[in-house]
Design a protein around this ligand. Structure first.
Ligand code: CMC
Length: 392
């Protein structure tokens, strides 16, 4: 095994070439297809950014309009898909439902499971995935909270339709403010891709065996669920709420983190070592959104206080740990009214275009090989089998 290099967590292994997303972790730069994330967050829409990631170029107005139509066509779930919800326990986690339902989508589109894929079929699959995840997520929320589901409204934009399905009630239509729509759109844009993170690498790993796009993306959702990845956005708010309810002060939390009792959620990143540009934009967005609300959110002040203590502490400075995308995103989701158990689902909705873009890039990659890492075996050498009645 002398020629195998051990690289736990693949921090030093380039597993593919990619033209999709560029990150400079020292300078805090993030670009999708060459466009700075700040520009996209300020000027683009989520649907346009999704096309940029999957298509490689900023799309024409006509292309966006056509894709929006495809998205609208895919808003409804097949009645049998809707019935799947009845089978989940009422307090099942929406991430489990999302992953299962995405995989189930494949059953309803056998024509897209064919190993042959081209641009037209890919955009059809992308419209199904991007549109249905909104309906699935909103239905999961309504059903787990004992409410009647709201059907999609084809006259609304992507973000507005999602907000409608989440928050309209019988005879009480939800009308979001423009600031809420903008904040949601920005949240989704900022989560849309992040090169070879755990869930995207999972999508590529699954896709490398030739598995279809629904199966691969559904695996990505499972990978995202963990608290070290997308699940961190939920863990941050749980931590801030604990502080707010008087459980512990920010200083005590930081001390415990330094004693390695637990990690400071929403802090640290494998690639960003000076700052995460997404965290900066989201912090601003959280402040702007809260300024439009009648009630301030005390959790934002607590987050600021926690960050200030951490950012002047040697433990964090030596290890180059800074707020990441998950540190402020939960405050925005709370302000929009998204319940805590849906936070990681929101991250998934944002990441769908990135996962699809990577799946398709891999599909066309002439260097593609099945992902099959090696290992360094550390178990016992050969042993003689012992019959059960002779074992000590
Ligand atoms: N709090 C306290 N210590 C930390 C943290 C943290 N959040 N992150 C890293 N460290 C320490 C770690 O204990 C280690 O210390 P030592 O050298 O003394 O053993 C050192 O920093 C290096 O950590 P690592 O585990 O080798 O770093 P990594 O690149 O493997 O992990 C990470 C990256 C994001 C998983 C990690 O920073 C972490 O667990 N953060 C908290 C969870 C989180 O916020 N995740 C969201 C990541 S960004 C968006 C996303 O992917 O969803």
């Amino acid at each position: 095994t002398g020629f195998i290099t051990l690289d736990p967590g693949y921090s030093n292994t380039g597993a593919c070439e990619s033209k999709i997303t560029f990150i400079d972790g020292e300078k805090g730069i993030l670009r999708y297809r060459g466009y700075d994330i700040e520009d996209l967050a300020a000027k683009s829409t989520f649907v346009e950014t999704a096309l940029l990631l999957m298509y490689g170029e900023l799309p024409s107005g006509e292309r966006v309009a056509r894709f929006r139509e495809q998205l609208t066509d895919q808003q409804l779930l097949h009645e049998n898909m809707r019935n799947h919800f009845e089978g989940f326990p009422p307090h099942g986690h929406p991430m489990a439902m999302l992953s299962a339902m995405i995989n189930a989508c494949g059953c309803y589109h056998p024509e897209l499971l064919d190993p042959e894929m081209d641009d037209e079929r890919l955009f059809h699959a992308a419209a199904i995935l991007m549109s249905k995840v909104c309906t699935i997520a909103a239905f999961a929320y309504k059903m787990t909270s004992g409410q009647r589901v709201e059907y999609p409204d084809p006259s609304l934009s992507y973000c507005r339709n999602f907000l409608h399905m989440m928050f309209s009630r019988p005879h009480r239509r939800y009308e979001p403010t423009p600031q809420v729509v903008k904040a949601l759109s920005r949240f989704l844009i900022l989560h849309a891709d992040h090169e070879q993170n755990c869930s995207t690498s999972t999508v590529r790993m699954v896709g490398s065996s030739g598995a279809n796009v629904f199966a691969s993306v559904s695996a990505g959702v499972c990978a995202l669920w963990g608290p070290l990845h997308g699940g961190a956005n939920m863990a941050v708010i749980e931590m801030l709420e604990r502080i707010h309810q008087g459980g512990e002060s920010p200083r005590t939390i930081v001390e415990k983190v330094k004693q390695k009792k637990f990690r400071l959620m929403g802090f640290g990143h494998r690639v960003y070592k000076n700052f995460d540009p997404r965290a900066r934009i989201l912090e601003r967005t959280a402040r702007d959104l809260l300024a439009t609300k009648a009630e301030p959110d005390p959790l934002l002040d607590i987050a600021h206080e926690l960050a200030e203590i951490a950012l002047t502490d040697d433990y964090f400075l030596e290890r180059r740990l800074y707020p990441n995308v998950d540190f402020y995103s939960g405050i925005i989701l709370r302000a929009i009214g998204i319940p805590l158990n849906m936070f990681t689902v929101m991250f998934s909705i944002g990441r769908i275009p990135g996962w699809i873009a990577h799946w398709y890039e891999l599909y066309h990659d002439p260097q593609k090989r099945i992902c099959r890492p090696r290992q360094i075996y550390t178990g016992p050498a050969q042993r003689a089998y012992v019959a059960v009645d002779e074992r000590a």
